[in-house]
Design a protein around this ligand. Structure first.
Ligand code: TXA
Ligand code: MG
Length: 322
């Protein structure tokens, strides 16, 4: 395991490794990603192995700009408008795959669509520029666990895979990108995330429906029920705590509590809460608590994504297939 502070020399080294088919973990503005050259099937296969991820779960590619994205995906009016307004940024667009794209099939799991994002993080952008390849990068955690917002989280989770880890400190937003699909003439939210629904709706001038699942094969497996799960059980909408529990608080007046407490945001700021969420879950998970009691969190703005992750973290576990 090598965690290195990112400077121009280590970015150079990281690019060489990526071009040689090795994995490099790097920070983005949302969470740390585990990157591989998206055009190299062997490199991409290593991501699945390192994450212990089911192979039918497709990956997001990261590119430096919209022009590069247009080489891989077909952008309709909605996709183009959203890309122009929110890229670089925490928005992933799932668009039809261009037949002439050189992205490895394993990235899309053989689907005829592709998830693309232009990250807004100077280190990620330098890495993309100096590598000169699109990078497939899921969150750099073992499949089904909480996404990493610090280089240390990546080192803990992926110790066996031993990728080079570029350390860029704590990620600014702390929650994954919002995923919007523009497929078959329908624009829908596949995963709530760091860009609130309202911002996307005002860019398009209309409401965006949530994707409703129903088919056997999830079109965005981030929609799986149990996902983003810490080891401890979560008890949601808690207004007081029970003996032995840890408390994940929100706002200025948490209930009195004897055990471990982390407040996501004392001032009740949802942006601050999103940034602290995964790291707080990881910390409380180390306290030997019987469960993590989570105070109610409003569902406006980033609250939609926060509550989505909390619901999944609280859902009954299905470890086996992951
Ligand atoms: O903020 C983020 O999005 C982070 C950083 C590293 O960029 N990445 C991330 O990747 O969260 P990951 O792999 O953990 O989640 C990607 C989600 C998965 O739920 C996957 O199923 C979905 O994107 N996805 C990828 N390709 C898709 C496609 N063609 N159709 C539908 N969903 C897709
Ligand atoms: Mg993930």
């Amino acid at each position: 395991m090598t965690v290195v502070t990112a400077d121009s020399e280590t970015i150079q080294l990281a690019s060489e490794r990526l071009r040689a088919g090795q994995l490099v973990a790097f920070p983005t503005e949302t969470v740390y990603g585990l990157g591989a050259d998206a055009t190299n099937p062997h490199a991409v296969a290593q991501i699945f192995a390192a994450k212990n991820r089911p192979q039918f779960n497709p990956l997001i590619i990261h590119v430096p700009d919209l022009a590069s994205a247009l080489q891989h995906g077909e952008f309709n009016d909605d996709a183009r408008r959203l890309a122009e307004q929110f890229w670089p940024g925490a928005l992933t667009l799932v668009v039809p795959l261009m037949p002439q794209s050189d992205i490895a099939d394993l990235v899309t799991s053989g689907l005829d669509s592709i998830a693309i994002r232009v990250p807004d993080h100077s280190l990620a952008r330098s890495l993309l520029r100096s590598t000169g390849r699109p990078l497939a990068a899921p969150s750099a955690n073992r499949s089904g666990t909480v996404s990493p917002t610090l280089a240390e989280h990546v080192a803990q989770d992926l110790a066996d895979a031993a990728p080079l880890i570029l350390d860029g400190g704590a990620t600014r937003l702390g929650i994954e990108s919002t995923i919007i699909g523009t497929l078959k003439g329908r624009t829908s939210i596949l995963r709530p995330g760091a860009i609130p629904r309202q911002d996307l709706e005002s860019a398009l001038g209309r409401q965006i429906t949530a994707f409703t699942s129903g088919s056997d094969r999830p079109s965005s497996p981030g929609q799986m029920q149990s996902h983003y799960a810490p080891n401890a059980a979560l008890r949601l909408h808690a207004r007081e705590t029970q003996l032995g529990e840890a408390l994940l608080a929100f706002g200025p007046s948490p209930p009195a509590h004897d055990g471990p407490v982390i407040n996501l945001s004392q001032s009740g700021d949802l942006v601050e809460a999103a940034a602290n969420l995964f790291s707080a879950l990881r910390q409380l998970d180390t306290t030997n608590c019987t469960a993590i009691a989570v105070m109610p969190i409003p569902s406006s703005g980033l609250g939609e994504a926060i509550n989505d992750r909390l619901r999944r973290a609280a859902a009954p576990r299905r470890w086996a297939p992951f």
